[in-house]
Design a protein around this ligand. Structure first.
Ligand SMILES: C[S@@+](CC[C@H](N)C(=O)[O-])C[C@H]1O[C@@H](n2cnc3c(N)ncnc32)[C@H](O)[C@@H]1O
Length: 246
């Protein structure tokens, strides 16, 4: 998977993506990063990438020309998704991460200042994506979130590809709790079932904890989750009432 990122601060991404799991995925060639410095596509001698907003008001706006030229310089197919990071976009989630992880290539445009000239959205047919309902200073941090969430779904990136199978949101539920050694720590003990070696019991325990904590922390997820009759009975025993039965 190739990530083309258009940014005026490529070093923010270059530094972060050298480390840990993603750094190894880059070294192994499973993911490829093409960091494009849009300032290099600025047209004037001062390399201006921003200008004052028409109509007045605070802050600066990213000019269209450098971003159009940078996007057009990419040797990409026409049908690859072009994402414009914006707090006004559709909110990124695990489902969108999965969808994007199935592509061969992505283009991600990072905004700065007050954002980008509006003509970039229409002119480049960009899909606006937000990482949540808050405003950060620049798209680089949002790009890192998306690159990380998408990359770890690509086979070979995680040490064990099964790691993402049971994860929160993948199954529609929050994941079960984890414990490691020691079995007892400051009088806090690991649940006996996890040390029992009985995999049938362990799986059922994990499923129940997953259902229980989803009900407690994110009951909104249950309406869309793929629940068996057994799951539903268990949830009802904890007081859950499906919308359809209210
Ligand atoms: C300070 S923000 C601009 C916010 C814009 N003036 C508004 O109110 O909608 C600058 C840039 O940071 C990025 N950004 C900020 N918050 C974001 C979010 N929640 N998700 C994705 N990108 C975000 C975008 O690329 C945006 O163009």
């Amino acid at each position: 998977m190739k990530f083309n990122v258009l940014t005026i601060f490529p070093e923010i991404l270059a530094g972060a993506l050298k480390e840990s799991i993603l750094g190894k995925a880059v070294d192994k060639g499973i993911i490829e990063l093409n960091l494009v410095d849009t300032r290099e596509y600025a047209q004037d001698k001062h390399r201006m990438v921003d200008d004052y907003p028409y109509g007045g008001g605070p802050g600066m706006v990213m000019k269209p020309e450098p971003i159009f030229l940078a996007a057009e310089s990419l040797e990409t197919q026409h049908d690859i998704p072009l994402i414009l990071l914006s707090p006004q976009g559709e909110v990124f989630n695990q489902e969108l991460a999965r969808e994007l992880s199935e592509k061969d290539e992505l283009v991600i445009i990072c905004g700065r200042y007050e954002g980008v000239d509006e003509r970039i959205i229409e002119g480049l047919n960009a899909r606006e994506v937000s990482i949540g309902d808050y405003v950060i200073t620049g798209g680089e941090f949002a790009a890192l979130v998306i690159i990380d969430a998408v990359s770890r779904l690509i086979p070979g990136v995680l040490g064990d590809d099964r790691s993402c199978e049971d994860e929160s949101f993948t199954t529609g539920l929050l994941e079960y709790p984890h414990y490691t050694r020691p079995a007892s720590f400051r009088k806090l003990d690991v649940p006996d079932v996890l040390i029992s070696g009985n995999h049938g019991r362990i799986n059922r325990w994990r499923k129940e904890r997953s259902l229980e904590r989803t009900l407690k922390k994110r009951p909104d997820l249950l309406e869309k989750a793929d629940l068996t009759e057994e799951d539903l009975e268990f949830l009802k025993s904890l007081g859950y009432e499906p919308e359809s039965e209210k």
